[in-house]
Design a protein around this ligand. Structure first.
Ligand code: NFE
Length: 460
């Protein structure tokens, strides 16, 4: 049994420090560089943050909202396909079952299962690995969708505070529609069936790596003039002690009790700054420990779907229940290794369907942005969900420059070390108490991977 677990991030990055003293508009372009996998989420959170500071959140025109949803939605689908086929599935495949041209690929895949313990037959393994290859092409198509409206990928040029910079032509809209259909075709014929095959063979993984508290900031605004956390496709909320509650952002704090920093012991974002203190005695990570009401919370697909089952619209709830029934699982099973994979499938399928509607709603002659003027003094907060979970950016402007910029990324929540009260973070908690065979590496790897961690985002 795993008795203790410590989650550590070993590389300091310092992007928050780089921003101090810079022009507020730099924040969006620089924070996008936190990560090459979810840059659109950072680009959006920074734009929301500036719009909040400037009092512009309600003025972004409908096209601005729709085009951002379409650019970011493509990136969101890309992330979930990436996680299932290229990051998680190899942990479950036995490459020795591959033959013919796929056998050459076998050597590149990690031997995820101990010899003879794979749960997929030789023909299933071959089929999954050929879909692994197809998924590379599908991810390229998703990147093309981002670039069509975003200018390029991974770091877009279109999302700005106030809206977007680029009005697509009708032919670009149709090019998006065509590629989206291809991606949806892959999801319906490959991703969803492969996900259910995976779940059927790993039903015991609903009991593996279970979580507790869940939190979502929500994402994909559905209504103009409401770019806060209300009216989002995946709703904001908190799941604690068996119930869903409204989100109260004022309850968020960040502890550095186990992290290599010096500063205010348990500051809320924007209150106090933590300075790096490499090698500080008794600490074990560069990741800080975000807490909500003093407690750790898991963020990500399980949180979004669990909260969406209560607060989401009827179409989302219907689809989520249908997937749960087919998987033989219930809402409480979502925060588990199998449940996190299932939740990604639910939200990818629902989002792909929504993208088409947003495309139809574009008004190609309407405005795409409103002008911005930077004040001398303002504070802002931008909240969204990155594919891996709740993402917040906080900014303080003084004398027309950035005085303080704070980011709390999804993996900061999930991979956080123990806080001042000694309470472990969500990944640590999911590991502790797990019954393992041998040295436990197989079970531990699968649990950690189910959160889809990204330490580049977590430390920023
Ligand atoms: Ni680097 Fe990211 C996502 C963000 S995870 S991938 O999704 O924000 O902390």
């Amino acid at each position: 049994m795993i008795r203790e677990a410590y989650s550590s991030g070993g590389l300091y990055r310092g992007l928050e420090e780089i921003l101090v003293g810079r022009h507020p508009l730099d924040a969006q372009k620089i924070t996008s560089r936190i990560c090459g996998v979810c840059p659109l989420a950072h680009s959006l959170a920074a734009a929301y943050c500036l719009e909040d500071a400037l009092g512009l959140s309600a003025q972004v025109p409908p096209n601005g909202r729709l085009l951002r949803n379409l650019i970011y939605g493509a990136n969101f689908l890309h992330n979930h396909i990436l996680h299932f086929y290229h990051l998680a599935l190899p942990d479950y495949l036995d490459p020795s079952l591959l033959s013919g041209r796929l056998a050459a690929l076998g050597g590149l895949l990690s031997a995820g299962v101990p010899p003879g313990e794979g749960r997929f037959s030789a023909s299933e393994t071959e089929s999954l690995v050929s879909h692994y290859l197809e998924a590379l092409e599908v991810r390229r198509k998703a990147h093309e969708l981002e670039a069509l409206f975003g200018g390029r990928t991974p770091h877009d040029m279109a999302i700005v505070p106030g809206g977007v910079t680029y009005r697509p032509s009708l032919s670009e809209v149709e090019a998006y529609r065509f590629r989206l259909k291809e991606i949806r075709g892959f999801m319906e014929s490959r991703y969803v069936p492969d996900l259910f095959l995976f779940l059927a063979r790993h039903r015991d993984h609903f009991a593996l790596g279970r979580g507790g508290n869940l939190l979502s900031f929500g994402c994909f605004p559905l209504r103009d003039g409401a770019l806060g956390v209300s009216d989002r496709l995946f709703p904001a909320g908190v799941f604690r002690a068996g119930r869903v509650e409204p989100l109260d952002v004022a309850k968020i704090t960040e502890s550095i009790a186990s992290s290599w920093y010096e500063g205010e012991a348990c500051a809320a974002p924007l209150r106090g700054r933590a300075e790096p203190a490499p090698g500080r005695e008794g600490r074990y990570s560069w990741v800080k420990s975000p807490r909500y009401g003093g407690e750790p919370f898991e963020v990500g697909p399980a949180a979004r779907v669990r909260i969406g089952l209560e607060l989401g619209d009827a179409a989302f709830r219907d689809m989520a229940w249908e997937f749960l029934r087919e998987a033989g699982a219930g809402p409480d099973d979502l925060a588990s290794v199998a449940g996190r994979h299932l939740a990604r499938g639910i939200e990818a399928a629902y989002l792909a369907h929504q993208l088409e509607g947003w495309l139809d709603a574009l008004d190609l002659r309407g405005p795409i942005a409103v002008p911005v003027a930077i004040p001398n003094e303002a504070d802002g907060c931008g909240l969204t969900c990155a594919p891996r979970g709740a993402l917040g950016h906080w900014m303080r402007i003084r004398d027309g420059r950035i005085r303080n910029y704070q980011v709390i990324s999804p993996t900061t929540w999930n991979a956080s070390p123990r806080d001042g009260a000694g309470v472990p973070g969500p990944i640590e908690r999911a590991l502790i108490g797990t019954r393992v065979r041998g040295d436990g590496r197989v079970e531990a790897g699968r649990i950690v991977r189910s959160f889809d961690p990204c330490l580049a985002c977590a430390i920023h």
